[in-house]
Write a protein of this length. Structure first.
Length: 696
């Protein structure tokens, strides 16, 4: 066991706590304490948006200046919290006469917690289903390493490399996996969950705050559109959609992106409704749009489309609204432009279109898009299978929308179902749903990817609930329908659940049963809630060395046999990564595979003991993809230059992998031909590991 893991767990709790506290304080500063007291839901959404936005901005500033050290970021975050506390106290003193009448009112954060518990009690059945589903995925994420395709291929590779480089470098790799040019606000958020423990131990939990934000923002949109009593159902409907539950504990950024877009839609609707605009709503909406724009290549398109729709839907007082819109755009640019500007400075173009046509959206009828194969999919029924989550393989790949697909289809009729007074905001939502669905159809993946449409799902559920409630539909009937849909959602989650998760769930069930059956126990727990919470956190930190030891021992088996959202080819390379974990110490690893270098990250180790990188095979050795034709550095191959390039980067290990049916990369033949420089230390049917020997 590594006793340092206890410190890492405590540091992670402390760091994430500081980030969330900063978000709460920023939300109070932007919205005002009185507004936060009046509208706990808006306060919660604003706090989560602000927490995410300021964490991303701090990482951008530090990373761009080459000072992305945890030892710098944590004090800076603490300083920000202290500064916001001073600002809030000064504002409270200036408003003392007006605040005297509200002196007895609880602080906004305490009121927020009380309202949250109150809402959970209103719909206990739905709350229990949601807690079970997402809580089980969180437990899975705590006990298993990152396992999903995009997590291993680039989201974590970027964050871990920046953690080692202390800068937002353009991560170099071989064609066509040029993820270093992708926008990566999501990876900056992951950095905050990896840096305190310098490990991947807690990174599977990183997007749980954005899951909560997605649910609350969806409920906020529903309430703003008229669902005054049934809005919590909208939150549960989107949270328990199979794509959301299954990706909640992965590093795919689709939930992160959708949470920001739905939050921006919520504050955008508030801004639209206010006769003279709403500067605070515009500011929070701008923060959310900026984070979304810098998260994914689709981000700028979706953020711009939402901004245009909201501006077109607003009316009156445009002299004031223009200033507010300018503020929102400024904040959006601040948070969303960094990676595109960096690409421009590197000579790749903002969207890196010069590199393997990474630009968006690409040809609509590309062979790999759903739209290109729409007619065959309709004829053979595979489109329906993909929508409902069925797959012919024995594993879960891209889970479908499930029974809620009926609601999404109905959402296309929103403008015609809406009462006259609600038509304009519903048209705004309808336009975004339409754009999202079009993107799902044209993005070149081949199979349907419902995770791309999570924003559309949230907006669609919110709009339909609002229309149903305004038309006088029974709220209890809506809740019964929602509960039936949510129950069916759980049947969609058919991936196996690890034994450790089952044991922990059983223990949690035992505690819940004891509390439910004993009023005295419940009363004692309420009286000592703060003490129990502190004891639980302390126990978790003390248990961290055991968790780290278990995860380290189980990593090879988990990578080789398990999956989360996707079955990946990682199973073929897990034994080689396990050999490095056991024998690689802290030596730098050069990774190359054929036909593409998808999985570099796992060679870094659970605690990032090793650097893992791609090494050039030519004498030019320019570590910028744009310096080569079509951004392909595997040109001008030179077997004599390659060892020299390895030495320059102080490489000790060379990991060479090939996917099933493909020959090994050319470096394998070069290494085998030079036993004076390369000693074979490990080999299996898919991978070889050589040790680079000192040159003579």
């Amino acid at each position: 066991m590594d006793p340092g893991d206890a410190w890492g767990a405590a540091a992670t709790v402390h760091t994430v706590g500081l980030v969330l506290v900063a978000g709460v304080q920023l939300a109070q500063l932007l919205l005002g304490r009185e507004r936060c007291r009046r509208d706990a839901l808006g306060f919660a959404v604003a706090a989560l948006v602000a927490a995410t936005a300021q964490a991303v901005l701090v990482a951008i500033v530090l990373g761009a200046s080459g000072t992305l050290w945890f030892g710098v970021a944590l004090p800076l975050e603490a300083l920000l919290v202290a500064a916001l506390t001073v600002l809030e106290r000064r504002r409270a003193r200036r408003a003392a006469p007006a605040a005297a009448t509200a002196a007895a009112a609880p602080p906004p954060l305490r009121l927020l917690a009380a309202r949250f518990v109150e809402r959970l009690r209103e719909h206990p059945f739905l709350a229990v289903i949601a807690a079970d589903a997402i809580g089980s995925e969180a437990l899975r994420g705590l006990l298993r390493p990152p396992l999903s395709w995009d997590s291993l291929s680039y989201h974590l590779f970027l964050a871990a490399t920046w953690l080692q480089d202390h800068a937002l470098s353009i991560v170099f790799n071989m064609f066509p996996t040029l993820y270093g040019y992708f926008p990566a606000n999501g990876s900056l958020w992951l950095w905050w969950w990896m840096a305190p423990s310098h490990s991947e131990l807690y990174v599977n939990l990183a997007f749980l705050p954005q899951c909560l934000l997605l649910g609350l923002a969806t409920g906020g949109v529903a309430r703003e559109l008229g669902a005054r009593r049934s809005w919590p159902l909208a939150a549960y409907l989107v949270l328990l959609c199979p794509p959301v539950v299954r990706f909640a504990a992965t590093q795919y950024v689709d939930i992160f992106l959708a949470a920001m877009l739905v939050a921006a839609a919520y504050f955008g609707l508030l801004w639209m409704r206010a006769p003279g605009g709403d500067a605070a709503a515009a500011a929070v909406g701008g923060l959310a749009l900026g984070v979304a724009a810098g998260t994914k290549i689709q981000g700028p398109v979706l953020a711009a489309a939402l901004a245009v729709a909201l501006a077109a839907g607003a009316s009156g007082a445009w002299k004031i609204r223009r200033r507010q819109a300018a503020l929102a755009l400024l904040l959006a640019a601040l948070l969303g432009s960094y990676f595109y500007l960096r690409n421009l400075a590197a000579g790749a173009g903002a969207l890196a279109r010069t590199c393997n046509d990474l630009g968006f959206p690409g040809p609509a009828f590309r062979n790999a898009s759903v739209l290109a194969n729409l007619l065959p999919k309709l004829k053979d029924g595979s489109l329906l299978d993909e929508l409902l989550g069925f797959t012919a393989q024995p594993v879960a790949l891209e889970l479908g929308i499930g029974p809620q697909v009926v609601l999404l289809a109905a959402a296309f009729a929103l403008p015609w179902l809406a009462p006259a007074g609600r038509r304009r905001p519903l048209l705004v939502l309808w336009s975004q749903i339409l754009i999202q669905v079009v993107l799902v159809l044209i993005v070149p993946i081949g199979a349907l990817a419902p995770r791309f449409a999570i924003t559309a799902l949230g907006l669609g559920f919110a709009g339909l609930l609002a229309v149903a409630e305004e038309r006088g539909r029974s709220v209890p009937a809506l809740l019964v329908l929602g509960a039936a849909l949510l129950g069916q959602d759980l049947l969609m989650l058919h991936a196996t659940m690890p034994r450790g998760v089952r044991v922990l769930v059983a223990l949690a069930d035992g505690v819940a049963a004891a509390l439910a059956l004993s009023p005295g126990l419940r009363a004692r727990a309420r009286r000592h809630l703060a003490t129990l919470a502190a004891a639980a956190v302390a126990a978790l930190c003390l248990a961290a060395p055991w968790l780290g030891s278990f995860r380290a021992a189980d990593r090879t088996r988990a990578l080789g046999t398990e999956y989360t959202a996707n079955e990946t080819q990682a199973m073929y390379f897990a034994r080689a990564w396990g050999w490095l974990d056991a024998n690689g110490d802290r030596g730098t690893v050069a990774v190359a595979s054929n036909p593409a270098n998808f999985f570099v990250y796992p060679a870094m180790g659970m605690r990032f003991e090793r650097r893992a990188l791609y090494v050039n095979v030519n004498r030019r050795d320019v570590r910028r993809a744009v310096a080569y034709e079509r951004c392909d550095p595997r040109t001008e191959q030179d077997p004599d230059a390659w060892p020299a390039n390895l030495e320059k980067l102080e490489v000790r290990w060379v990991l060479l992998m090939h996917f099933w049916g493909q020959p090994p990369p050319v470096e394998a033949a070069w290494a085998a031909a030079r036993p004076d420089r390369f000693a074979l230390r490990y080999a299996d049917s898919s991978a070889q590991i050589y040790e680079l020997l000192p040159g003579r």
